[in-house]
Design a protein around this ligand. Structure first.
Ligand code: TRP
Length: 418
């Protein structure tokens, strides 16, 4: 298995990953506390262990428990959410929705502000091209930022509480913190953490600080400013992300103590940052490609993914032709042994996207034993096709209403706390 910021491949052993990375598994106790604090029932991604790992969630839950929100929401939010996307492809696929669907739930469940970083700079630095005739394609990534922003907005975030930004536009405001992070990390540390070396372009070494900076509320002096308070440096941060992003935030957490206001400069009586400046994290597993439950879905192999632009027929064709089946080769064997649900992509995708727990359980029981309504791969695929067609059609309808002008409004610096 390989899991780092540039590659995810092989059969993923999530327990080993947590061990290697040094994060912690989410426990029943965490879910219970989240459930008690939340205004909504627990999201299916939590109920089903799709978000499965964390850093400092206990400390964040303490902050939430100690700062109950008044019903009129006049008290400041106890934390803000930060997530992001590298705009590398024209069209996003269903796997890309996972962190955003979950972030939307977090925003609604805890009524907190959210910042979303679009790393057009990152994608140019890592994947950009230069040709003598046509120059480079930096502008292409800025264009993709706007296109992908439409898909993100279509997930249903609360405009009053959400700030979407492109690094190319916004980086100046974060620059003091970026400079502090650069100063706090050596090239040796960054090389070791991200697998860079002397032949890597300088932008790669510089970029981790750009992804780290939004984890500090002081990077948003306008956006997260609280009426009547001169600083935002005590607001905690929670980052929902896929676990391959963890190295960025390990670095962030390592340097965090250098970005908080030192005790001697705090106004009298002001409390320190509750997590010592560190962001808390909640990590998801990967959404498996159609061909098999290993690695993560990729935009470059169009048959491995359902894109948010796919037509109902394309969705049906891809699932019928390409979804890896854990079922048996013959009807008799299927009815005798049942399917291997672990490796069956259709079943695994239903775990991500079918809301109804009872129906999912029934499908698992039938298919796993080769009996009942969902006894065969065909039946399960039919159900999955319905679920995906519905989700994609609804997404397309919402996205179609979002103009470039609308994206500009979401990207305007404005206060989202008040
Ligand atoms: N590096 C991420 C990507 O390639 C984008 C990103 C930026 C991000 N900031 C983030 C993802 C914060 C999760 C959380 O897609």
């Amino acid at each position: 298995m390989v899991v780092n910021i540039e590659t995810v491949s092989g059969k993923i052993d999530y327990n080993r990953l947590v061990e290697n990375f040094g994060s912690s598994l989410l426990t029943h106790d965490h879910l219970e506390r989240l459930g008690r604090l939340s205004r909504l029932p627990l999201h299916r991604f939590l109920r089903r262990g799709i978000f499965f790992s964390h850093r400092d969630l206990d400390a964040l839950l303490n902050v939430m428990e100690q700062a109950p929100r008044s019903p009129d929401a006049s008290s400041p939010p106890p934390f803000y959410l930060y997530t992001g996307r590298g705009p590398s492809s024209e069209s996003m696929h269903m796997g890309h929705l996972i962190p955003f669907l979950f972030t939307k739930w977090l925003q609604d469940a805890f009524d907190v502000p959210l910042v979303i970083q679009m790393t057009d700079d990152e994608k140019f630095i890592f994947k950009g091209t230069y040709s003598h005739e046509t120059g480079d394609n930096l502008q292409n990534f800025q264009r993709l930022t706007v296109e992908n922003a439409k898909d993100i907005i279509a997930c249903g975030f609360d405009f009053q509480k959400t700030f979407l930004f492109s690094d190319m536009d916004y980086v100046g405001t974060m620059y003091p913190n970026i400079v502090r992070i650069w100063k706090a990390a050596t090239a040796n540390t960054v090389n070791a953490m991200f697998g860079f070396d002397g032949s890597s372009n300088v932008g790669k070494l510089a970029f981790p600080a750009i992804q780290a900076a939004p984890a500090f509320a002081t990077s948003f002096p306008v956006v997260l400013n609280q009426e009547g308070q001169s600083t935002v440096d005590r607001m905690a941060c929670l980052i929902p992300c896929a676990i391959d992003q963890d190295p960025y935030f390990r670095l962030t957490r390592d340097v965090a103590h250098k970005l908080v206001t030192p005790p001697s400069l705090r106004p009298p009586g002001a409390l320190p940052h509750p997590l010592g400046g560190k962001p808390a994290l909640i990590h998801s597993k990967f959404f498996p490609p159609l061909q098999g439950a290993t690695g993560k879905m990729s935009s470059s192999d169009t048959n491995s993914a359902i894109f948010l632009t796919d037509s109902p027929d394309e969705i049906s064709r891809k699932i019928k032709q390409h979804a890896f089946s854990g079922g048996q080769d013959t009807k008799a064997k299927q009815q005798e042994l049942g399917a291997d649900l672990e490796v069956d992509v259709s079943y695994q995708w239903l775990r991500f996207f079918l809301e109804d727990d009872e129906e999912l359980e029934r499908i698992g029981r039938d298919y796993g034993s080769g009996s009942g309504e969902f006894w065969s791969t065909h039946k399960v695929k039919e159900r999955l096709i319905q679920v995906c067609q519905e989700l994609v059609a609804e997404h397309q309808a919402r996205r179609a209403t979002i103009t470039d002008e609308e994206v500009r409004r979401w990207m305007q610096q404005r206060n989202i706390v008040g």
